[in-house]
Design a protein around this ligand. Structure first.
Ligand code: AP5
Length: 232
C-alpha cells in the first residue's frame, strides 16, 4: 500500500525519536488515553490500553471478555490472569517494536511486578513512568463529557476536545459513544479503586527513580508538551 507523503514524513520523524517503554499512570479521566494517542503519533510507540483491549474482548464475547464484563460494569478490577494473557499477545505485535505505552496498566503492585517480569522475558526495560496528577472534582466533568470511538479508542470531550462534527469520529465518520462505566456512581467506585490499589504505585516507581509527576489540570496541549520533554 502506498503511504501518503505526510505519513511517510511522520514515520521518518519517529525514527529520530528514542525507543522507550513507558507507563502512563493516573486516575480515570486524567487524560491517559488522550495523551497516549499523541505519543503514538509522534513516537510510533504502540498504545496498550488494557481498558480498550478488555472492551474489545467484551464486544467480541471472547471467553476472557465474558469473564471481564461483570467486574468492569461495577468499576472493579478484572482478574490479573485475564489481563496478563491479553497483554502478552499485544506486546509481541510489530506495532510495538519502537516502544510501548502502557495505558491503564499496571493497576496494582502484583501487576507492576508482573509487568517487569514480562518485559524482561521479552528483552525490554521499563524506561519511564509518567503520573498525571489531577484534582478529584475535575474528573467527573471530564468523564461525563467524554465521547469515545470504540474500535480505535479515540477519545473526545464535548467541551474540552470536541470532534469536528458532533457525535462523529473525525477519522472514520463513525458514531461516538458514551461509555457504560462513565456514569457518576460507577465513577465513584473507579476512583476509589484507583486510590486504594493503583495510587501506591506512585511510591513503588518513585523508589526506582523512574517516576515523573505532571500537572494534568493544564490544557491538553500543555500536558503533552510536558510529556514530550520527559521522553526526549
Ligand atoms: P480504562 O478504560 O483503562 O479506564 P480508566 O483507567 O478508568 O481511564 P479512562 O479511560 O476512564 O480515562 P483516561 O485517563 O484515559 O482519560 P481520557 O484521556 O479518556 O479501564 C476501564 C475498566 O477496565 C476498569 O474500571 C477495570 O474494570 C478494567 N481494567 C482496565 N485495565 C485493567 C487492569 N490492568 N486490570 C484490571 N482491570 C482493568 O480523558 C478523559 C476526558 O477528559 C476525555 O473526554 C478528554 O477529552 C478529556 N481531557 C483529557 N485531558 C484533558 C485536559 N488536559 N483538559 C481538559 N480535558 C481533558
Amino acid at each position: 500500500m502506498d503511504l501518503s507523503l505526510a505519513e511517510q514524513e511522520r514515520l521518518k520523524k519517529c525514527e529520530t525519536m528514542p525507543k522507550k517503554n513507558i507507563i502512563i499512570l493516573g486516575p480515570p479521566g486524567s487524560g491517559k488515553g488522550t495523551q497516549s494517542g499523541r505519543i503514538v503519533n509522534d513516537f510510533c510507540y504502540c498504545q496498550l490500553s488494557t481498558g480498550d483491549l478488555l472492551r474489545d474482548n467484551v464486544a467480541r464475547q471472547t471467553p476472557e471478555g465474558i469473564k471481564a464484563k461483570e467486574a468492569m460494569s461495577k468499576g472493579q478490577l478484572v482478574s490479573d490472569e485475564i489481563v496478563n494473557s491479553i497483554l502478552l499477545n499485544a506486546i509481541r505485535s510489530p506495532q510495538c517494536a519502537r516502544g510501548v505505552i502502557f495505558d491503564g496498566y499496571p493497576r496494582n503492585e502484583e501487576q507492576a511486578v508482573n509487568l517487569e517480569k514480562l518485559l524482561e522475558n521479552e528483552g525490554r526495560n521499563l524506561d519511564k513512568v509518567v503520573e498525571l496528577k489531577i484534582d478529584e472534582e475535575a474528573l467527573y466533568d471530564r468523564i461525563e463529557g467524554r465521547r469515545v470511538h470504540l474500535s480505535s479508542g479515540r477519545t473526545y470531550h464535548v467541551k474540552f476536545n470536541p470532534p469536528r462534527v458532533e457525535g462523529i469520529d473525525d477519522v472514520t465518520g463513525e458514531p461516538l459513544i458514551h461509555r457504560n462505566d462513565d456514569k457518576r456512581e460507577v465513577m465513584q467506585s473507579r476512583i476509589q479503586v484507583y486510590n486504594d490499589k493503583t495510587k501506591p504505585l506512585v511510591s513503588f516507581f518513585s523508589k526506582q527513580g523512574k517516576l515523573t509527576t505532571l500537572d494534568a489540570m493544564l490544557p491538553i496541549d500543555t500536558v503533552y508538551s510536558n510529556i514530550k520533554n520527559v521522553l526526549i
